[in-house]
Design a protein around this ligand. Structure first.
Ligand code: HEM
Length: 525
């Protein structure tokens, strides 16, 4: 009897327990469903009126689907699917990609898009100093300062200082021609000589000095620049998932970049100290380089302004920005230019004929550009076919804004996808074909379509665009005038490696002196 009672009670207890358990389990499902509904509603609410785009995973967003070697290709394919403006999550950073030039123009003319994208590598390492990563008042002050500096130094379309800048550039062009001349008939990778000559021109503009080719400090600075640009790939996961810096692989990248920055600043410190020993004399005289202009500008500022805008950290970062932005982009453009010209000897001959017709054997000068449409068009075409910055340099929205009925929230990274714009088949039929005549109108003049934006657009557009053109024209025209050149290997890669810039892989070109007699002793060796 006792046993039976105990058994009945136990069965009752088990029943109650089961009911309780099932109820509580049901409650959990109920709560779980409620929670899911809330999450979905929240997600739909926060995504309301955002541009269309693909879904991603929590935390990492769309990153796993981006091709790490060619993110610009993945992003261009998404543009085909979602249209000229779409959004996606790159890790924790909401990103809006734009491939319509009119939209980019509208967006980038607004003050609210003059920020920079919240990328860990740029913000975490550069800390908002310099010009490229700066925002707000610091950016405005130094944008104005560098713009004025370049104008004073002659990096502008007009003005008497332009010819001074041209002579400076020509000195380094001649050095390059001599080097190619010494190696005539031999297959060489032009990278080293090009980087030295272009870098020397930029060094003279930035620091007022240049180094000899075999100077150890200069070789180190070049290596740092090259490796640094590779490591700070805009699409690198560390940019969007800062916690990755604790993993050994990414810690190495961070250590390399931070150490490189620190050591580079030490070199700059030394150059600045040497320059400070000299007296500036008349504060209103023309400055000769950016370093000197900075010191002069600082001396004119109040103590408060100087400590805010002209402090040491800003000085080093600014010098590094102008050196880096100036060298890396022009060097890469010229390398692609030589590659495409070497691959297309018939086009190359036509351009050389044009140069010969106009110059009649005299040395090239920048005023000749107005009479060399095919040559100018060939430079444009190489900037189009291989965008040096294929994903553009992203901006950051510093306020909520609306574009084409879509909401772009504050903090969004805005990517002007140059690759998609420059390779759009509707605008550029057969986009992989190197065809300079795309840039020539019916009257035979150079015509640059709206969809050609190598320097981007708007308030943060490249501040060195005119200097860049002066460098590209001077180096490009002189090389074509003095040498005919071909690829060593017909299977040379034309895809390149993508970091911040899209650079050619190493390759070899054979330069042969042309039989054009140029009335100058530049390449007589
Ligand atoms: C072919 C050569 C060049 C190309 C393709 C190029 C392209 C660009 C692009 C796409 C941007 C981003 C603009 C934006 O954020 O909207 C930029 C910014 C910049 N470029 Fe260039 N650039 C070239 C040469 C130069 C040169 C020679 C200098 C040297 C003075 C220079 C200095 C800068 C600076 C300082 C910025 C940042 C401007 C800012 O954030 O306000 N660039 N460039």
């Amino acid at each position: 009897m006792f046993n039976w009672c105990v058994r009945v009670n136990i069965i009752k207890i088990i029943h109650e327990f089961n009911e309780c358990y099932i109820l509580s389990a049901m409650m959990e499902w109920y709560q779980l469903i409620t929670l899911l509904v809330v999450i979905v509603i929240y997600h739909i609410w926060t995504r309301r009126s955002l541009p269309p785009g693909p879904w991603g995973l929590p935390v990492i967003g769309y990153l796993p689907w981006l091709d790490p070697k060619a993110p610009y290709q993945t992003l261009s394919r998404l543009a085909d699917k979602y249209g000229p403006i779409y959004g996606l999550w790159m890790g924790s950073v909401y990103t809006v990609v734009v491939t319509d030039v009119k939209m980019i123009k509208t967006l980038f003319s607004k003050d609210s898009t003059t920020g920079r994208a919240p990328l860990y590598l740029t913000h975490g390492i550069m800390k908002g100093y310099g010009l490229i990563c700066a925002e707000g008042d610091l950016w405005r002050e130094h944008r104005r300062f560098i713009h004025n500096c370049l104008r004073q130094l002659g990096g502008t379309k007009t003005g008497h200082r332009r010819s001074k800048m041209e002579s400076l550039i020509m000195k380094h062009v001649n050095e390059l021609l001599m080097c190619f001349s010494k190696n005539a008939g031999v297959s060489i990778d032009p990278l080293e000589s090009l980087r030295h000559s272009l870098g020397s021109a930029i060094n003279s503009i930035v620091f007022g000095k240049s180094w000899s080719k075999d100077d150890e400090e200069w070789i180190w600075l070049q290596d740092m620049q090259e490796e640094g640009t590779k490591q700070i790939g805009i699409a690198g996961p560390l940019n969007f998932l800062p916690f990755l810096r604790f993993l050994p692989r990414y810690r190495q990248t961070m250590d390399f970049l931070l150490k490189g920055k620190h050591e580079t600043h030490k070199v700059y410190q030394k150059i600045i100290a040497q320059r400070q020993q000299n007296d500036f004399g008349d504060a209103n005289r023309f400055v000769e380089n950016i370093l000197e202009a900075f010191l002069l500008e600082k001396s004119k500022k109040s103590e408060k302004e100087a400590s805010l805008f002209y402090n040491d950290q800003q000085f080093y970062h600014l010098l590094a920005d102008i050196f880096g932005a100036g060298l890396d982009t022009t060097l890469t453009t010229l390398r692609w230019y030589l590659l495409y010209m070497a691959q297309n000897p018939t086009i190359q001959d036509k351009i050389r004929d044009e140069i010969q017709d106009v110059l009649q054997g005299r040395p090239f000068n920048l005023e000749d550009i107005a009479h060399l449409p095919l040559f100018e068009a060939s430079i444009c075409e190489s900037q189009r076919i291989r965008s040096v910055v294929p994903v553009g340099i992203p901006h950051g929205a510093i306020d909520d804004l609306v574009v084409d009925r879509y909401r772009v929230p504050k903090g969004t990274m805005i990517v002007p996808l140059q690759w998609a714009i420059h390779m759009d088949e509707k605008m550029w039929p057969n986009p992989e074909k190197f065809d300079p005549w795309r840039f020539i109108d019916e009257e035979g003049r150079v015509a640059k379509p709206e969809n050609f934006i190598p320097f981007q657009l708007g308030k943060r557009m490249c501040v060195g665009d005119e200097l860049a053109r002066m460098l590209l024209f001077s180096f490009g025209a002189n090389i074509v005038q003095h040498f005919s050149f071909v690829l060593e290997d017909k299977n040379t890669d034309f895809i390149g490696d993508c970091g911040i810039t899209l650079t050619p892989k190493s390759h070899k070109i054979i330069f042969t002196k042309t039989n054009i007699v140029v009335k100058s002793n530049v390449v007589s060796e």
